[in-house]
Design a protein around this ligand. Sequence first.
Ligand code: GLU
Length: 512
Amino acid sequence: MQKKMTKVRVRFAPSPTGPLHIGGGRTALYNYLFAKKHNGNLILRIEDTDQSRYVDGAEEYIVNSLQWCGIKFDEGPINGGDFGPYKQSQRKDIYKKYAEFLVDNDKAYYAFDTKEELEEMRVRMKKAGVASPQYNSITRESMRNSISLSEDEVQKRIQENQKYVIRLKIPRNEEVKINDLVRGWVVVNTNNIDDKVIFKSDGMPTYHLANVVDDYLMKITHVIRGEEWLPSAPLHVLLYKYLGWESKQPKFAHLPLILKPDGNGKLSKRDGDRLGFPVFPLNWTNPETKEISLGYKEGGYFPEAFINMLAFLGWNPGTPQELFSLNDLCKTFSLERVGRSGAKFDFDKTKWYNQQYLRSKTKTELAEILQVLLKENNINADINYVANVCEQLKERATFVKDMWDEGKYFFQQPRLYDEKTIRKKWKDNTHVILNELRLEISKIEKFTSEEIETVFKQFLESNKIKMGVLLPVFRLSLTGLGMGPSLFNIAELIGKKETLSRIDIAIKKIKK
Ligand code: GLU
């Protein structure tokens, strides 16, 4: 008989302590891709046990960002599911019994130490030559906890409502082994782990306990998260063991760090500010300082470009193909092809992706986006006209906004004329020649790009004028610029009347 495969269940578990950044977005994306690839479920779980770090609006921001990226959840605070609630603050009552279970089984203990006492211990240990003092198998004996105190004393303190935390009793000198799906075997000696607080005096679990309990209760099969959580993994493995859930322990995959474009550190918001690129998917307003950080969406990026870029931060398909839709990624992605070494963030590459996706859009799709910008600039243009303009400009643009910045002349007369072109190309007799050209153009009946080009070339020939002499000033008259897409196409699009009128205006306005 064939063994029944366990359904893949993965989760994205952000803490609402701020906006989602590039790293968080990539973690969510990889979880999504992994779930889709294996016909599994993706769960959104909000890890908000640390109320002191809660940031207003962060949760909503995270949800909106993921939605913009096209990452959909099968279960979560919004769409519900069989394993809810999906916000840890609403699961408060669940965790205590697991912490107590660990205490009862001698795997955890109550600790009553005050802040001052903890500090005293640190000072004492430092004096004794310990570089980074820890609450562990050595120091716990000298502290105030249910290991060092008599049982009566412990009971008394609890009855007196003295504040206590629950700490995990990390054994001395044991090896914890994790077979990470990205990093291979990771072995950590317990001497390097301190007796972590798993339950706080405010009645809330810490991240470690809540995370493990929820992963277990939500039947998570794979934990895919950033490398910054690797140091916590041995502790989590111990928790699975002590809670008797070893056989249900999920597989771990720790994703490589995302590094700043220059240097080796982790990419931070400061790098974005310093080098001028967004690090958040959407605009984020810091609720305290009111400072606004630009998002990719508002910066004119397509979500397809953003996720394609994210996918390649640590993963590659093993082929030269670089453009992957979300759908393609769902099929191609695998954890085996996630690298171990840090992935350098490359902003130019992000722009390149945007350019590629812009080119792949139809002129109508682009026109709909450009139309919004035009309206903001009080320009009312027919959508078919806008679509034709997009067709002319799309090869030269990285963002839809570029089509407005560089193609304003499609919608309004030039206000300024490029100085450099005037200096180089506008001669004393230019207005005379342009006037003669105007006359020829005015005779064209079918005002198409081909006709205009033919007439223009005939004019050059019969007057023995070089292309390089007349074309730039003709362009200058129609667009105000020294460069751009095919001028004959431009003339056809703006139409005969407008073309003639712009020549007239240029002759009047541009004086040598
Ligand atoms: N709440 C943690 C975070 O903010 C989740 C880490 C994990 O996935 O285990 O990233």
